[in-house]
Ligand binder design. Sequence first.
Ligand code: SF4
Length: 325
Amino acid sequence: MTTANLLDFDLDGLAAFCETLGEKRFRATQLFRWIHQRGARDFDQMTDLAKSLREKLRTAARIEALPVITQHISADGTIKWLFDVRDGNAVEAVFIPEDDRGTLCVSSQAGCAVGCRFCSTGHQGFSRNLTTGEIVAQLWFAEHFLRGHLKTTERVISNVVMMGMGEPLQNYSALVPALRTMLDDHGYGLSRRRVTVSTSGVVPMMDRLGQDCPVALAVSLHAPNDPLRDNLVPLNRIPAGRIALCLQPVPGACAAGLHHVRVLHARWRERHPGARPRARCTGPSPQWRGWHQLQDQPHSIQPVPRLRTDAIAQHPRARVREDPE
Ligand code: SF4
């Protein structure tokens, strides 16, 4: 008999599953807490669930962890896991500890179809989308491993960035329930501002995510202008997904031949110490069109208020420039 992987469900999904077993919603909440807050994998641990429910769960459900292929712990506390996602595929998750936060970088696909020219995942090609359960399993494993490793009962992971292998917005239907599980107070209880979806610029889905599950969004620009971005990020050549851009202040700000926006930013900052760079989107989506303030993370953009955006659009330098070098 096929069993359901309970990591595939957000709380609403789990409630619907419990209904098929003849159980009420509050049972789903209890079960959800056991799985995500307490890291339980064995239904017999869930002592406040009725025996009859545990019996049903044993025959109809499972909680499926991803096998760990390798685990590498660095001296600074960074931990990298390589997980087996079957059929010869593997994905990575990375925990990055800082003084005021613990960030987990999570993968969304085995491989990636976007094919950015500088990216080893892009070169490897696309194998398949991860399921919701496979996305959540990275956080589930990391959080409960870290609590044991650091000998704490407190939450260790405060931030999640969907910035591992894959383009998360090309796996939208699996991504959204995973994000909801991360945000749910009965799950990981993460703040919307501390869950970031990083995209190479899948503009229509950026809009949809804002409506369905408004978490933080980071757009990886990878280049200071469209000709270079067209070259590096093939997605940018599709009119519906186009993010035409340039950085301010110009002229002479944009450096050629740079294959990563972090490098670009380092060079850009050398030339413009103290400047606050902006990028401009000219794609068809009204939500994203206009100028955006670049955040401290050099590959992230954040909408600025509409009034300011309109004002900046009138600025004489508000145009896409050819790379000057
Ligand atoms: S979208 Fe991200 S993972 Fe995919 S090829 Fe581009 S940089 Fe690599």
